[in-house]
Design a protein around this ligand. Structure first.
Ligand code: KG4
Ligand code: ZN
Length: 344
């Protein structure tokens, strides 16, 4: 079964073809990143305008070697996201489903991220996960707006174990990166800057908090960490001494604090729920320090870490999720939902 996936929740316009939920045949992506860099963040109406301009060329490119008769269903990310961006993907998918007389499968973008762990082969140059995750699977879903621990008892069965009480981990990376005057999108630049710091160096003694590390629940909180980061930065600014080395040390400690919390909470959840596999998902899962710490900490349970390319927004995971969840819906009942949650 070949599913055409469409993803337009934010600033990426993406189309992919996936066979049987696991084989990546085509993935094409355009981003309006360049425009947002100038503004230091996403400008929703500009993102929507770019989505509108990109969707047909991206679709045409993705379909250039495929006859629509070979496509069995259309999948689209219908939320959460920016309403203007979402509408472009949703209306395009509905039009295609109507014109080609194909089933339409709406996909929750957050659940889509998790399915990066089911794509196991296809186009060259992608470092796919090996094997298929067994259930129950414990998922750490970390993206720009979400930090969640989810127990996946099967396809379509998602139990939310914990989430953030305030900022998401991606948001924390982003807001702190912005304070350091790094370019948008901040997270990968914080990671890059942190590499400039020598962990053995005693030049700066920065210690940021690890919020809720020893709380009994599986929730997160990152806004206090962001505030502590701000104070460290301001103090150094008042001393008139914000050097590149200081910024690198601060970025390093931020990354350590965020990843310590994410890893510890995941291990706590694993100890409680005894999953048969642990899965990373979402944009922050592209962070190499998080990947490394997870690999070093998870010993007895198979750990799945998606390839970098499939961690951030793309349409392949949407098509894969549609295959495994098979939630075919009448065209007129599919609507963009900006505030969709993992369990709605
Ligand atoms: O999943 P995603 O691509 O979009 C959303 O659905 O939100 O996640 C984007 C988030 C941003 O906060 C971005 O800064 C973060 O993922 N991110 C990273 C890295 N790559 C992306 N954070 C830390 N290190 C990275 N390498
Ligand atoms: Zn996303």
């Amino acid at each position: 079964m070949t599913i055409l996936g469409i993803e337009t929740t934010c600033d990426e316009t993406a189309v992919a073809l996936v066979e049987n939920g696991t084989v990546l045949k085509t993935t094409i992506l355009a981003t309006s990143l360049d425009i947002h860099i100038k503004y230091g963040g996403i400008v929703p109406d500009k993102a929507a305008r770019e989505q509108l301009q990109s969707i047909l060329p991206i679709l045409t490119e993705a379909l250039k070697n495929t006859n629509p008769s070979k496509i069995d269903a259309i999948a689209v990310s219908y939320g959460p996201g920016l309403i203007g961006s979402l509408l472009i993907g949703v209306e395009t998918a509905k039009s295609l489903a109507l014109a080609w007389n194909k089933p339409l499968i709406p996909v929750n973008h957050l659940i889509g991220h998790i399915y990066a762990n089911w794509l196991t082969s296809g186009i060259e140059g992608v470092n796919y996960v090996q094997g298929i995750p067994e259930f129950p699977a414990l998922v750490l879903l970390v993206s720009g707006g979400h930090s969640e621990l989810i127990l996946m008892k099967g396809h379509k069965q998602f139990e939310l174990l914990g989430s953030t009480r305030d900022d998401a981990s991606g948001e924390c990376f982003d807001k702190c990166g912005r304070l350091l005057s790094l370019p948008y999108p901040y997270g990968p630049y914080v990671e890059k800057l942190a590499l400039e710091h020598d962990p053995q160096s005693k030049e700066f003694s920065i210690k940021l908090p690890r919020p809720m590390l020893s709380s009994n629940d599986l929730n997160f909180s990152f806004s206090g960490l962001k505030t502590a980061f701000l104070y460290e930065f301001k103090n150094q600014q008042n001393l008139g001494n914000v050097s590149e080395q200081f910024k690198a040390a601060l970025a390093y400690e931020l990354q350590e604090a965020i990843t310590d919390v994410l890893v510890t909470k995941t291990l706590n959840a694993a100890a409680r729920f005894h999953p048969k596999s642990i899965l990373l998902a979402g944009g922050v899962a592209a962070n190499k320090r998080l990947r490394e710490k997870m690999q070093n900490s998870v010993k007895d349970i198979p750990l799945f870490i998606p390839p970098l390319k499939l961690c951030t927004d793309n349409a392949a995971v949407i098509a894969s999720s549609a295959f495994f969840n098979q939630n075919v819906t009448e065209i007129e009942e599919v609507n963009a939902d900006p505030s969709l949650t993992i369990t709605s």
